[in-house]
Design a protein around this ligand. Structure first.
Ligand SMILES: C[S@@+](CC[C@H](N)C(=O)[O-])C[C@H]1O[C@@H](n2cnc3c(N)ncnc32)[C@H](O)[C@@H]1O
Length: 230
């Protein structure tokens, strides 16, 4: 699956930010800022890793929030797709941001030392990885003891009416998306409807993480799963 996912993101890298903002009416920006806010809240150290950083939006939001709060942070953003990383690098160059470093790495086998990070974030990764259990193990390996993680994701809500609304809206996204890149937008809508957040939380619990919480975000389709390495 990972080769297929990598190809999907290569083919939409140039338009990823634009269509993401448009399809979500800009709310995706609010979701990422809320994830960034969680990342720097009550931070015990300064090393932050953003996995599946893509075009770097979450990493840049963390940088901005930390700067505003006068917190010193060192941010590394990793992603297995070089086309997405190239856009992230161009963004920080244009915005003259110095303390973010982007690298090409796979979330299934993160090339970072054990217990190296105080905070790990991942925006919209879980629906795209081959095996969420392997990612959960990697998360446990790279986080310091009592380090925290913030996973931003989208999935069905418990509200049947809202789910019906999203099914109709996703149909529209697939129609418009087929003019941009059919495979990518079919995958986006399919993977959101298929994602099981409860299973993710159970896996994290089994792997020994504590203080697990799901926080719903505006529009109810996105949420943060947060927790701490026990
Ligand atoms: C939906 S995008 C999210 C990007 C970014 N976090 C954001 O908020 O916009 C998903 C990203 O996950 C990356 N990805 C998917 N599977 C991955 C894996 N196994 N290892 C590293 N990155 C992966 C893709 O290349 C893509 O950039």
């Amino acid at each position: 699956m990972s080769e297929r996912i990598n190809n999907i993101f290569s083919s939409i890298a140039d338009v990823y930010d634009f269509w993401g903002h448009l399809f979500s009416f800009g709310v995706d920006g609010i979701w990422r800022k809320m994830a960034a806010e969680e990342a720097i809240a009550d931070i015990g150290g300064h090393k932050i890793l953003d996995v599946a950083t893509g075009t770097g939006s979450v990493a840049i939001d963390i940088y901005r929030k930390a700067k505003k709060a006068k917190k010193l942070v060192e941010i590394v953003g990793v992603d297995f797709n070089s086309d997405m990383i190239k856009i992230a690098e161009d963004k920080i160059k244009n915005q003259k941001i110095k303390n973010i470093c982007f690298k090409i790495e796979n979330a299934m086998d993160i090339d970072e030392p054990e217990c190296a990070y105080d905070v790990v974030t991942a925006g919209f990764l879980l629906r795209n990885v081959d095996d969420i259990e392997v990612f959960a193990e990697e998360l446990g390996r790279i986080l310091k003891k009592n380090g925290k993680f913030i996973l931003l994701e989208m999935g069905r809500t418990r509200n049947k009416l809202l789910n019906m609304f999203f099914r109709i809206y996703f149909f529209i996204i697939r129609m418009v998306g087929s003019l941009i890149d059919k495979k990518a937008y079919d995958w986006l809508t399919y993977s959101i409807l298929a994602f099981d957040k409860k299973r993710m939380v159970n896996i994290l619990q089994e792997k020994g993480f504590k203080d697990l919480k799901i926080k719903n975000l505006p529009f109810c389709i996105a949420f943060l799963i947060t927790g701490i390495k026990g």
